[in-house]
Design a protein around this ligand. Structure first.
Ligand SMILES: O=C(O)CCC(=O)C(=O)O
Ligand SMILES: [Fe+2]
Length: 333
């Protein structure tokens, strides 16, 4: 079963998407800001219908866990050198056109949002290797990034994660593991469906919060989630076609629950066995269904000289606007 749908844009489709993005930019301002998305629905129908049809097919096919659209117009020269930190890239507008194209594609799938705790709430985040973060389990590390559901610890996590490649000279792959690939023993499957696991917040949330909002109520609640997480199931939803939730470095079985620990080891083994590599290169957009797939990234050797791998990232709630608003307030922790 192929769980990753691929679509290469024709010249007309790529031009059409780019033109829609230019029009949206002229009317809505910067895609980095939340105000860009107010009323953006008006510009979504300007995306060529054939592209929207592919996005619909992806959203409506339970067998798919990711979509890769290639041939999006990216101009690495205009985008400039890869920034050395996400802080440096906060206020730049050189990649507006690329960000607007990603924003329009993401908006076809649902309500886009950003965490106030990550990159100061910038709606489009920059994923670049950072020298002081080499060893971190985050988008800024360069060691192997282990399996994770994006923000797996949080109820308000995204349904879809969208990545756009600005450059990826060494073709460093993003890794994917699908819930459809899991061959689990029945006893493991049933334990994984019970609330016998803890997923703690990833350190990136806590770290960035501690820096920009020390002493805040949000930070206090984030610490509470770290110290007293509620037990969760790793397989949930319809038992016949469950969703998956796991965050490698931050997931543990309940203390003393050997069965749960064994089931956790089994699911990680299965994800490793079935790992898929997808290279998000220049002009590729990878959209991951964050309920049906987990993702990670292979280790690579960064240069920190402006030529490094550089992706843009957005999160999509994928629910109705009312649900999205409720989730949004929960996201304040
Ligand atoms: O760099 C990648 O390919 C994936 C990074 C990642 O996991 C993320 O940004 O959520
Ligand atoms: Fe991730």
């Amino acid at each position: 079963m192929d769980v990753v749908l691929g679509h290469l844009l024709s010249t007309e489709e790529a031009d059409g998407l780019c033109a829609a993005a230019r029009t949206a930019l002229a009317a809505q301002g910067l895609p980095a800001n939340p105000s860009f998305y107010e009323g953006l629905e008006e510009y979504v129908p300007r995306i060529p219908e054939s592209i929207r049809a592919v996005l619909r097919q992806f959203r409506e096919s339970p067998s798919l866990c990711a979509l890769r659209i290639s041939g999006v117009r990216v101009d690495p020269e205009r985008c400039g050198p890869t920034p050395l930190s996400w802080q440096e890239a906060l206020d730049t507008s050189r990649q507006d056109l690329e960000e607007a194209q990603l924003a329009l594609l993401a908006s076809c799938l649902g309500e886009v949002f950003a965490w106030p705790t990550i990159q100061r709430g910038r709606m489009v985040q920059n994923l670049i290797p950072v020298e002081s973060d080499r060893e971190e389990q985050s988008g800024h590390g360069s060691v192997t990034l282990e399996w994770h559901t994006e923000d797996g610890f949080h109820q308000g996590r995204c349904r879809y994660l969208a990545l756009l490649g600005i450059r990826n000279p060494d073709q460093v792959p993003t890794t994917l593991g699908s819930v459809h690939d899991l061959r689990l023993a029945e006893r493991h499957r049933s334990v994984l469906g019970e609330r016998r696991f803890l997923i703690r917040p990833d350190l990136e949330h806590l770290r960035q919060l501690a820096e920009f909002a020390p002493g805040s109520e949000i930070l206090r609640r984030a610490h509470e989630m770290n110290e007293n997480p509620d037990p969760v199931a790793l397989l949930f939803g319809d038992p016949e076609a469950p969703y998956l939730r796991i965050d490698g470095p931050y997931t543990t079985a309940l203390l003393g629950d050997d069965e749960a620990a064994e089931a956790l080891a089994a699911i990680v083994d299965e994800l490793n066995r079935a790992q898929r590599d997808v290279v998000v290169g220049e002009g590729d957009v990878l959209i991951v269904d964050n309920y049906r797939a987990v993702h990670g990234r292979r280790a690579f050797r960064p240069r920190f000289d402006g030529t490094d791998r550089w992706l843009k990232r957005m999160s999509v709630a994928g629910t109705s606007p009312a649900e999205a608003r409720a989730e949004m307030s929960a996201r304040a922790f």
